[in-house]
Design a protein around this ligand. Structure first.
Ligand code: TZP
Ligand code: MG
Length: 224
């Protein structure tokens, strides 16, 4: 079985503006939030329904289906956070797992070679293991302080990404945690292929405008 699900250049392009959300992150209907984010130009979406306020069971499934259909209408990959069974049931485009979740090697095996596998990595060793397990990309963070993840690890700063690159990690990297329109360029300059964002999009005054600006910043067009 091929170890990587997708051509790595396609993965790098999809990581550019990687929007993550679940209903617990949204100030309005998550379907409306995603519609606006897609209109603004996000390049990938991760459904991360997590925490006390999260939906479960049938409600989670129904929301996932709706969000997936929206992503499909834009040709944007729909990734499921830490729920392999849901991803398989929906034939989602991929799965993202953390170090405490299902083993990446197991996820790769069960999804097959053509799906996108993302793994959160905090050390170069974890990054190398993720690659060996068949990861298409790694998520590195938190880069900056975040309010969106209760159990977030120590803040790494953009230096965390520079260190990964210096230690020879060539896998596509997406930075995560506290990324805003003001600091996203630092994440890209550090060697990331893209930015993962929750609150800077879900809590934006204009979601579409925020997504649009992230798109400009990460395409090298500078800060608008
Ligand atoms: N993993 C590390 S930080 C984080 C996750 C899921 C939350 C990122 O959210 P925000 O609002 O973009 O800081
Ligand atoms: Mg997780």
């Amino acid at each position: 079985m091929s170890r990587n699900g997708m051509d790595s250049e396609k993965v790098r392009a999809a990581l550019r503006v990687y929007f993550i959300a679940g209903s617990q992150d949204c100030l309005q209907n998550p379907v409306d939030v995603l519609k606006q984010a897609l209109a603004g130009g996000i390049t990938m979406f991760q459904f991360r329904e997590k925490g006390k306020a999260a939906r479960t069971g049938e409600q989670k499934l129904e929301l996932a289906k709706e969000l997936q259909a929206l992503c499909q209408s834009y040709g944007v990959p729909f990734i499921v956070n830490d729920d392999l069974e849901l991803a398989l049931a929906l034939d989602a485009d991929g799965v993202h797992v953390g170090q405490e979740d299902e083993l990446a090697s197991v996820v790769r095996e069960r999804m097959g070679p053509d799906k996108i596998l993302g793994v959160s990595a905090h050390t170069a060793q974890e990054a190398r293991q993720a690659m060996a397990d068949g990861a298409d990309y790694i998520g590195v963070g938190p880069i900056f302080p975040t309010q969106s993840k209760a159990d977030a690890k120590e803040v790494k700063g953009p230096e965390g990404i520079i260190e990964f690159r210096q230690s020879g990690i060539q896998l596509p990297i997406v930075g995560i945690g506290g990324i805003t329109l003001d600091n996203a360029h630092l994440v890209m300059q550090a060697g990331a292929d893209g930015v993962s964002v929750i609150s800077a999009i879900t809590h934006a005054t204009s979601i579409e405008e925020s997504a649009k600006r992230f798109s400009h910043i990460t395409s090298g067009n500078g800060i608008l």
